[in-house]
Structure formats: structure tokens, C-alpha cells
Design a protein around this ligand. Structure first.
Ligand code: C2O
Ligand code: CU
Length: 450
């Protein structure tokens, strides 16, 4: 189907209803100048001695909703890499999954990603090749897609919160894959950064200003537990998708790896963000508020609600129901699972470094977990039969869970939950645990949209 922009505007409503997604429809738009991203080795000044890390030269990208953008990624690392645009409903060939949607970018080479986000909101980008090491070394950034009708905020801050595992010498612990961590909750860190800087992060605002805070958990394995003391703040969006009605913020925000929360706040008095998952609570950031009221700031219309994105509506009926059974790990009850198309006992799997399974399969299976036609409605019946929490992530799609669209969902141990997905974008899409230690040891599968 090849529509002009004009026709799209005319037939937009019908198309959305028919779950036709808009990416192909902007194809004739003028291109904007391309963005260059360099993946390279660098150092961070967190402690007395510099810490070697890997990072992108652009820690934050801002794209415009619905505008095609070329992003040229050049690899200056000593090994191949790719970039995945987490949560952005990109074309499949641009999804950045090494080995599934593209060959990795070799050292010294470049790759042009053509990215057009149909959604405005908070996303992030990160390496999706040897992720267990490359993400832990710092290869990630914030991706903000701004929409045309969003309310104006005087301050718009993205906080990439990361949990690094540093050795005594201040360097990143070089043991990225450790069997004990992998079969338990994953490698946990001991040093928190915000936007690749040592915390706490500091913000400054004038009284009465409207603030948008975008919280992004880039940790490889840690589920952050955030206590947000911003009096009167509201929860505006999850994983880039606005809540229908902004909600008050819970006492503790459970933010699994890869998950994002957008908060809206009118600054009246100082605000603080604490991380309380460890024994002591850590100050992540604080906002100082200059008490002189800025009287030019108009009141917020509709309690700061963000305009919704063009999501395909859920139909009343379900075309297929797919069990997504999470099994394995230490203290789990996994007996056997398929690995490389053969059945193995848990002991054999463990010997091959595979600890986790999804619906009886470990590692990337040959066959997808399910196939769906575009527009089909799929119910995923998630069942966490392990002794650990998992943050499941869907590529190219958001699922409807707890009355919200989400691309990442944290399931506590033993938790069962059904979520709904509308097969949109054609292609091969991953489903995996975003605790990278689990993903790397089996908790990964895929689905195909035809
Ligand atoms: Cu954030 Cu498969 O990735
Ligand atoms: Cu997991």
C-alpha cells in the first residue's frame, strides 16, 4: 500500500481503526540531516582514577514523531556491535538485533539506521550485540521522541539510571558472565550513575515551573525501587505510552531493566528521588526550587495529560492465546527443555550455560513462539514459575497490561498475568527477559508477524 501524505490525513482515522500502522505512510516526507553516532572507548571520571567505559558520543537523541531520520552508527570499538531502539516501533530491518534482523557492524564500519517513530515519548537505545558486556560497559543513551501536540514543560529531564559493578581499583569488574549470577538474579552493581555521571543528579527549577522527568532504568539486571518525593507529581506515561489518565505516584516505583516512567510535576518545594532496593537508600537525584514564583507560567491544562499515540485499538475477541511459561534458574523446577532443537535435562542445560526457558525452549529457537497476521489480536498468558522476578520485553510492539501499553513488564516470582498484543509491524521480533544475564542464558524467544 502506497499512500501519499494527503491521503493519510484523509483516511487516517479508518487506517488506525483497521490497525494499519503509519510507518510506511510517511515515506515521501523530506529527509532531515542525518545524525552521527560513534560507539567508542572512553573514560568516566567518577572516582580518583578514571574508569574506562564504552559509550556513544551522543548520550541523548531527540527525534520528531513521524519524521524519518537517518542515524549513521560508526563502530570504533574493538568488536562488532549494533543498536536497538528500545520501544520504538521501527521497521524490522532497523531493529538492531544482531543475528536476527541484521549482521553486526564490524569494527571500523558504519550502518545507517532509518528510524521513524509513530509514537512520541520516552525511549532509549542500546547495544544489542554481546549485550551482557556491551550494555554493562555503558553503550546506551536516552531517546526522546517529541510530539507536536504535547503540553509544554519548562524543564524536561531524562535520567538514565545505571547500576555498575566496579572492582576495588575503580574499573568495571571484567567478569561479565558468572554462572552463579546468571542462574540467580543476575550480576548486581555497587555504583549508581545518572546519565553516565556519578550521582546524585542535581536539577534546578523556579517555583511554579512544570517539570517532566523521564526515568529510564538502563541497568543490566537490577530492578530499581524508586521513592519519588515530588509533592503532587503525577505519573504521565509508561514505556513511552501516555496513561489515559495521569495517576498519583505510588510509594515505590518498581522500575525493571529497560522500563521507563514519565512523571509530571509542578515545582513548589524541593524534590528528591531515592533508590531503596538495597540495604541503605541512595539519593539518586534532587531538584532545588528557587522560591521566587515565575508568574508567567500558565496553569496546566487537563492535569498534564499527554496526547495518546496511534496505537491499534484492542478488539473484543482474541485470535490466539499463547502460553508464555517462564521456567528455570536456581531453586526452579525446570526438568527438561529444548535447546538447539534437542531435549535436555536441566543438568545438561546448565552444563551448556543455559539456565532459563520460555515455554519449554531455551536459547533462540528455530521456530517462533507464535506467528500472527497483521492486525491479529494475541493473548499472552504469562506465568512466572521461577523463584526470581523477570522484566519481559517485546520488540516492535507494546502489550496491553494493567490498563496501560507497555513494552517491558516486570513479573514478580510466581506471578501470572495475561497481556494483549495487536500484531502490527511485520517481521521477526524478540521477546526476552531484560535482565541480560537471563537473556544470555536462555530466556529469549521470538514471534513473527506476516
Ligand atoms: Cu532493550 Cu532486546 O532490548
Ligand atoms: Cu529474567
Amino acid at each position: 500500500m502506497n499512500l501519499t501524505r494527503r491521503q493519510w490525513i484523509k483516511t487516517g482515522a479508518q487506517l488506525t481503526a483497521a490497525s494499519m500502522l503509519p510507518w510506511s505512510l510517511w515515506a515521501d516526507q523530506p529527509q532531515v540531516p542525518h545524525i552521527n553516532i560513534q560507539a567508542r572507548e572512553t573514560t568516566a571520571s567518577w572516582l580518583a582514577a578514571p574508569t574506562p567505559i564504552w559509550a556513544y558520543n551522543q548520550p541523548k537523541l531527540t527525534l520528531q514523531q513521524g519524521v524519518m531520520q537517518t542515524i549513521r552508527v560508526t563502530n570504533h570499538l574493538p568488536e562488532p556491535t549494533t543498536i536497538h531502539w528500545h520501544g520504538v516501533r521501527v521497521g524490522n530491518a532497523m531493529d538492531g538485533v544482531s543475528g536476527l534482523t541484521q549482521a553486526p557492524i564490524e569494527p571500523g564500519a558504519s550502518f545507517d539506521y532509518q528510524i521513524m517513530s509513530p509514537d512520541a515519548g520516552t525511549f532509549w537505545f542500546h547495544s544489542h550485540h554481546n549485550t551482557i558486556e556491551q550494555l554493562a560497559r555503558g553503550l546506551y543513551g536516552a531517546l526522546v521522541v517529541s510530539g507536536n501536540d504535547e503540553p509544554h514543560f519548562e524543564r524536561d529531564w531524562s535520567l538514565l539510571i545505571d547500576d555498575w559493578n566496579l572492582s576495588r581499583n575503580g574499573r568495571i569488574d571484567p567478569v561479565f558472565a558468572n554462572r552463579h549470577n546468571q542462574s540467580h538474579a543476575g550480576r548486581m552493581g555497587n555504583f549508581l550513575t545518572i546519565n553516565h555521571h556519578a550521582g546524585p543528579w542535581q536539577g534546578q527549577a523556579n517555583a511554579g515551573e512544570r517539570i517532566r522527568l523521564r526515568l529510564i532504568n538502563t541497568s543490566t539486571n537490577r530492578i530499581l525501587q524508586l521513592h519519588a518525593q515530588f509533592p503532587g507529581a503525577l505519573w504521565l506515561a509508561k514505556d513511552g505510552q501516555p496513561l489515559t489518565i495521569p495517576e498519583p505516584i505510588p510509594e515505590v516505583i518498581i522500575l525493571g531493566p529497560g522500563e521507563r516512567w514519565d512523571l509530571g510535576w509542578i515545582a513548589r518545594e524541593e524534590g528528591q528521588l531515592l533508590e531503596v532496593s538495597g540495604a541503605d537508600s541512595l539519593l539518586v537525584g534532587q531538584v532545588e526550587v528557587n522560591p521566587v514564583e515565575n508568574t508567567d507560567v500558565p496553569a496546566f491544562p487537563d492535569a498534564m495529560a499527554l496526547p495518546s499515540n496511534p496505537m491499534s485499538p484492542l478488539s473484543a475477541s482474541v485470535n490466539q492465546r499463547v502460553p508464555v511459561i517462564l521456567e528455570g534458574g536456581a531453586m526452579g523446577r525446570l526438568q527438561t527443555a529444548q535447546y538447539l532443537e534437542e531435549s535436555h535435562s536441566f543438568r545438561e542445560l546448565a552444563a551448556k550455560g543455559q539456565f532459563w526457558a520460555i515455554s519449554g525452549q531455551t536459547g533462540m529457537p528455530e521456530e517462533p513462539l507464535f506467528r500472527a497476521r497483521q492486525g491479529e489480536s494475541v493473548e499472552l498468558v504469562l506465568d512466572n514459575r521461577t523463584a526470581f522476578p523477570h522484566t519481559m520485553h517485546w520488540h516492535g510492539h507494546h502489550v496491553w497490561a494493567n490498563g496501560r501499553w507497555q513494552d517491558s513488564l516486570t513479573l514478580l516470582r510466581g506471578q501470572k498475568q495475561s497481556v494483549r498484543l495487536v500484531a502490527g509491524n511485520p517481521g521477526k521480533w524478540l521477546i526476552h527477559c531484560h535482565m541480560i544475564d537471563h537473556q544470555a542464558t536462555g530466556m529469549m524467544t521470538w514471534f513473527e508477524v506476516a
